[in-house]
Design a protein around this ligand. Structure first.
Ligand code: GLY
Length: 351
């Protein structure tokens, strides 16, 4: 599973360079209502190439069969062929849904991802996972099929809110933790008050390279790719829990708190160093704040963790670390251990 990933300060020029390398009959651009308004105007060269724009409603709530069918319908009515290209311009919702639409339309047409969010750039747009939410479950239907190319540009990130930036940054922290102290330590020094975009592009490049290496070694998530789930078992439970109490938190924030909890489990099971946990907890508390939970919430949180589709047997399956860069997949934690980790999380965050 190989895909070209290009990093660029000039997204229009880079997309033009990519497109000029290929032969295609028609170019379609998929946007959502936000990227239609704010990102598409930056890509002037697409109009020169006669691109046809398809727009779907924004947000994860619209990552549905209806939106997918709308994209298929547009491609069909506007006479896309197997030689056509689809360029997905947006966050993870657009690249996941657009990737799935392209992978299935006429049994598969080529597609390019241009992520417009940091979260999309460092996670969803790279690695070939595509799909939609279905039957109340996230990413329930989809295929593994990589984009031909991914073009990543900080031009988009500069316009993102602090919250969106931090949300993507949590996935970068995860990539640092699973790769090496060298990559990880640099991430802890970025000043979010005044982000240095050149430095950000370096960090993003390094982070995407971590993901690429993992995906190349295990494209279909049989083993090593499970390391990308670090922080997500607790993180998804926090995210769902926050929706349940009508105070939703962004995905990346839930992952940041989830990372702290899963490092605590890593300490309990594998001796992951305590000082590293304190260091991350400090960074997360300062930048993401605190996710408030009490011991009365543990049963519900445990239940949410057992529903995570990555579970393979009884108990809850985790990816843990014995040290920064030392990943151990397929660890099972009991309800008691998870409760103990949540106790320690609350201590660290002064709850
Ligand atoms: N988002 C994790 C992965 O791509 O495997």
């Amino acid at each position: 599973m190989s895909q070209i990933v290009l990093f660029s300060g000039d997204v229009d020029r880079t997309i033009d360079e990519v497109l000029s390398k290929y032969v295609y009959d028609k170019l379609f651009v998929l946007t959502d209502t936000n990227t239609f308004r704010y990102a598409l105007p930056l890509l002037g060269s697409l109009s020169l190439r006669g691109a046809e724009v398809i727009t779907i409603p924004a947000d994860d709530d619209h990552k549905t069969l209806e939106s997918l069918a709308a994209v298929w319908r547009e491609l069909s009515c506007r006479k896309a062929t197997r030689k056509s290209f689809l360029l997905n311009l947006g966050g993870g919702m657009v690249t996941d849904l657009g990737g799935f639409a392209a992978s299935t339309f006429k049994r598969g047409i080529r597609y390019i991802n241009v992520p417009t969010t940091l979260l999309g750039a460092v996670d969803a747009a790279v690695g070939g996972k595509t799909g939609i939410n279905f039957n109340g479950l996230k990413n329930e239907v989809g295929v593994f099929n990589p984009a031909l190319a991914v073009v990543i540009s900080t031009q988009f990130f500069k316009t993102l809110s602090h919250e969106h930036l931090l949300s993507g940054y949590a996935e970068m922290l995860k990539h640092g933790l699973i790769s090496s102290p060298d990559v990880y330590d640099k991430l802890l020094t970025l000043d979010f008050g005044r982000p240095d975009w050149e430095r950000m592009l370096e960090l993003v490049t390094e982070s995407v390279q971590v993901k690429e290496r993992v995906v190349e070694a295990d494209p279909y998530e049989q083993n090593l790719r499970k390391s990308l789930n670090l922080g997500h078992t607790v993180g998804h439970a926090f995210e769902s829990f926050s929706h349940g109490r009508n105070a939703p938190v962004p995905h990346g924030y839930a992952v940041a708190w989830g990372l702290v909890c899963e490092l605590l489990l890593s300490h309990m099971q594998l001796g992951f160093p305590v000082e590293r946990i304190r260091q991350l907890a400090g960074f997360v508390r300062d930048n993401y704040g605190t996710f408030v939970i009490g011991c009365e919430d543990y049963d519900r949180l445990y239940e949410l963790m057992t529903h995570d589709k990555k579970n393979e047997a009884s108990g809850v399956n985790f990816t843990l670390l014995s040290a920064v860069g030392e990943v151990v997949i397929n660890r099972t934690a009991s309800q008691e251990e998870i409760g103990a980790a949540l106790d320690l999380y609350r201590d660290l965050f002064g709850l």
